[in-house]
Design a protein around this ligand. Structure first.
Ligand SMILES: C[S@@+](CC[C@H](N)C(=O)[O-])C[C@H]1O[C@@H](n2cnc3c(N)ncnc32)[C@H](O)[C@@H]1O
Length: 347
């Protein structure tokens, strides 16, 4: 028995209204495969019966399980590598230089089973051993199931083979039976919480870096814009936003400034973005001279991810300095800040 188009349409509308993501035409098979086990567990003869239950009975838990089951959780360690090179070469050197000794916060906003935030934690320990403890990382996802796996931080051989070097496997993981346990010193740098990107964010602090990677692709234009407007509310002025390699903000939100560095694009938002200004200790920031906020934003002085009340959204500056173009005006491959040292740039 195949799911009817009206049932498919109902499930599709449910996913979009609860979590913002779209199920395209032709994904009937996905709905059937993903909802089959839930239907069975609920004692339904077929997915059709489960959908009927969803239609006529108000069962928030069931709705939640169904929507979670429809998410795509594909991820891997150091996915696409270049964004992690960018964090290593440009972003963290600048942030450490600008915030001398101050705590920093990173948010992996669709963290799935944890490979993304754990990759950042490993990179920090590997390359910034003295400053790594200044950084707290938050991983959030809609799906409680992937969050549970992320917290456990136990990975299968097949997952270990995706993105990790031999050296990283040896240094950061311990073998436990057929699985690999990430060591506590890395696990403890990351906190996981459930968060639905399509609803107002609550109890989030401000972040220096937000990774919103490979999740916006599942949202329609209005959904993308609404997530981004909330992201602006939790990104420190001059903070960095990183998207997936096939994602862009062009034509979606031109309040952000797009910058190309270390072969990848990151986005910055807020007052003072792009103002080249001397920063104490900036000599360590190898290729970040082209982009430096003159004044850091809200001070980051909480030692770990705090249970803070939401802070009021920062408004996009409508009067950015002349050398800063908005996203829609940028021809970013050609764009160079006045002080950029071309000799130190990677191709
Ligand atoms: C394809 S994974 C991307 C994981 C990681 N960011 C990466 O790039 O490897 C997308 C994740 O987004 C989560 N997701 C989908 N809709 C969401 C929503 N409305 N709020 C929060 N997370 C969501 C899914 O559960 C899934 O784990």
């Amino acid at each position: 028995m195949t799911i009817s188009s009206s049932d498919f349409d109902f499930v599709r509308r449910l996913a979009q209204s609860v979590a913002g993501f779209l199920l395209e035409d032709g994904k009937e098979y996905l709905v059937e495969t993903r909802l089959g086990p839930i239907a069975k567990a609920e004692g339904c003869a077929h997915v059709t019966e489960l959908v009927s239950r969803l239609r006529w009975q108000s069962q928030p838990n069931l709705i939640e399980r169904v929507v979670e089951a429809l998410t795509t959780n594909e991820t891997l360690f150091f996915r696409d590598m270049r964004p992690f090179d960018h964090l290593k070469r440009d972003v963290f050197p600048e942030l450490f230089a600008r915030n001398l000794g101050q705590p920093l916060r990173v948010w992996s906003a669709a963290s799935s089973t944890g490979q993304e935030p754990y990759s950042i934690a490993m990179m920090l320990v590997e390359h910034f051993p003295l400053q790594a403890s200044l950084v707290s990382i938050l991983g959030t996802d809609l799906s409680t199931e992937v969050l549970e796996r992320a917290r456990q931080a136990r990975f299968y051989e097949s997952e270990m083979q995706r993105g990790l070097t031999e050296d990283q496997r040896r240094r950061f993981f311990d073998r436990v039976g057929n699985e690999y346990q990430l060591q506590a010193r890395i696990r403890e740098m990351v906190e996981f919480r459930q968060l639905n990107l399509s609803t107002p964010f609550q109890n989030l602090p401000l972040f220096d870096v937000v990774l919103l990677r490979n999740v916006l692709i599942y949202f329609d234009l209005a959904g993308k814009r609404s997530v981004l407007s909330r992201i602006k509310g939790v990104l420190k002025p001059g903070g960095f936003l990183l998207l997936g390699s096939s994602e862009t903000l062009l034509g979606i939100d031109d309040d952000f400034l797009a910058l190309r560095d270390s072969g990848t694009t990151s986005y910055r938002f807020g007052e003072n973005v792009g103002v080249p200004a001397p920063v104490a200790g900036a000599a360590t920031a190898k290729s970040s001279t082209h982009m430096r906020a003159a004044a850091p934003g809200a001070p980051s002085n909480a030692p770990r991810m705090p249970p803070m009340a939401s802070e009021p959204p920062k408004k996009a500056s409508k009067s950015l300095p002349p050398q800063v173009a908005r996203l829609k005006d940028l021809q970013w491959p050609e764009w160079k800040a006045p002080t950029e040292d071309k000799g130190s740039k990677k191709p």
